[in-house]
Ligand binder design. Structure first.
Ligand code: CAA
Length: 258
C-alpha cells in the first residue's frame, strides 16, 4: 500500500478505511491531507475487491476544518489560480459507496468532507458546524450547498451566519446524519454498515448511489425517469439474476459483482 503522511489506510474484508491522522491540528485539512484522502479513495475505488470506503478521524476530531494557518497568507490570485478546494470534487465522483464515521468536531471543511460521503454516522459526541464566518470567510468545499440540501434553508442559514455548532442529536433531527451511535461503538458500527454495503453487488450499489445522487441534480420527473432506465438496465446483470433466484430458492445470494 502507498505510504501516506497525514492519513492511515487499511482494508478489512471488502471495506477500505481512511483515517485522518493529523492529531496535532485536530485533523485540519491542509492540501496534503486533501491530496492523500483523494488518492487513497481513488485507489480503493479502482480496486474491485473494495465494496465500501469508510472515512473517519480521531475520537476528538473528525476534522476541525480546512487548515487556517495554511490558508491565511494566500491572496485572491493564489486561491483562484490554484482553484482551491475544487479537487474535493474528485472525492464526490468516487463511485464506490462511502461512509463517514464522525466523532468529535466536524467543522468547516470537516463537516463538508463528511457531507460529501454517502452515509453519515455520528458518535454521540459529534459536533457539526460551518464556523467560517467567524474567520471572515464562507464555506469553500460545498458546505453552503450540501448543508442546505440536508437540513433546509433556515438551519443552514443560521449555522452559516452565526457559526454555531450543532450536536449529534440536533444533526440527526435535522436530517444531516443517518444515525447516532455511542462514540465508543462508532467505528464498529461504521464497519458493520460498510460490511453490509460491501456484501451487496458492487455495480448495483454504484447504480443505487448514482440514482440517489441524481435527486440533488435534477427535477423529480427527470430523476424518476433516470431511476427507471437504470432499473431496466439492471436486468442485464448477473447479480439481478442471482439476487432474485436466491430469494426464490430461499438461500443467501452469492453476488459476482457483475
Ligand atoms: N486549521 C489549522 N489548525 C487548527 C484548526 C484548523 N482548522 N483547528 C484546530 N487547529 C489547531 C490549533 O491551532 C491548535 O494548534 P496549536 O496547538 O499549534 O495551537 C490545535 O489544532 C488544537 O486546537 P485547539 O487548541 O484550538 O483545541 P481546542 O480543543 O481548544 O478547540 C476547536 C477545538 C473548537 C475545534 C478549535 O480548534 C477551533 O475552533 N478550530 C477551528 C475551527 C474552524 O474555524 N474551522 C473552519 C476552518 S475554515 C474552513 O474550513 C473553510 C472551508 O470551508 C474550506
Amino acid at each position: 500500500m502507498t505510504e501516506y503522511q497525514t492519513i492511515l489506510t487499511d482494508q478489512k474484508n471488502r471495506v477500505g478505511i481512511i483515517t485522518l491522522n493529523r492529531p496535532e491540528a485536530l485533523n485540519a485539512l491542509n492540501l496534503q491531507v486533501m491530496r492523500e484522502v483523494i488518492e487513497a479513495a481513488q485507489a480503493f475505488d479502482r480496486d474491485p475487491e473494495i465494496g465500501c470506503i469508510v472515512i473517519t478521524g480521531s475520537a476528538k476530531a473528525f476534522a476541525a476544518g480546512a487548515d487556517i494557518k495554511e490558508m491565511q497568507p494566500n491572496t485572491y490570485m493564489d486561491v483562484y489560480l490554484q482553484d482551491w478546494f475544487s479537487a474535493w470534487d474528485r472525492l464526490a465522483e468516487v463511485r464506490t459507496p462511502t461512509v463517514a464515521a464522525v466523532s468529535g468536531y466536524a467543522l468547516g471543511g470537516g463537516c463538508e468532507l463528511a457531507m460529501i460521503c454517502d452515509v453519515l454516522l455520528a458518535g454521540d459526541n459529534a459536533k457539526f458546524g460551518q464556523p467560517e464566518i467567524k474567520l471572515g470567510v464562507i464555506p469553500g468545499i460545498g458546505g453552503s450547498q450540501r448543508l442546505t440540501r440536508a437540513v433546509g434553508k433556515a438551519k443552514a442559514m443560521e449555522l452559516c451566519l452565526t457559526g454555531r455548532m450543532m450536536d449529534a442529536e440536533e444533526a440527526e433531527r435535522a436530517g444531516l446524519v443517518s444515525r447516532i451511535v455511542p462514540a465508543a461503538d462508532l467505528l464498529d458500527e461504521a464497519m458493520s454498515v460498510a460490511d453490509t454495503i460491501a456484501g451487496m453487488s458492487l455495480p448495483i450499489a454504484m447504480m443505487a448511489k448514482e440514482a440517489v445522487n441524481r435527486a440533488f441534480e435534477t427535477t423529480l420527473a427527470e430523476g424518476v425517469r433516470f431511476e427507471r432506465r437504470v432499473f431496466h438496465a439492471i436486468f442485464a446483470t448477473a447479480d439481478q439474476k442471482e439476487g432474485m433466484a436466491a430469494f426464490v430458492e430461499k438461500r443467501k445470494p452469492s453476488f459476482q459483482h457483475r
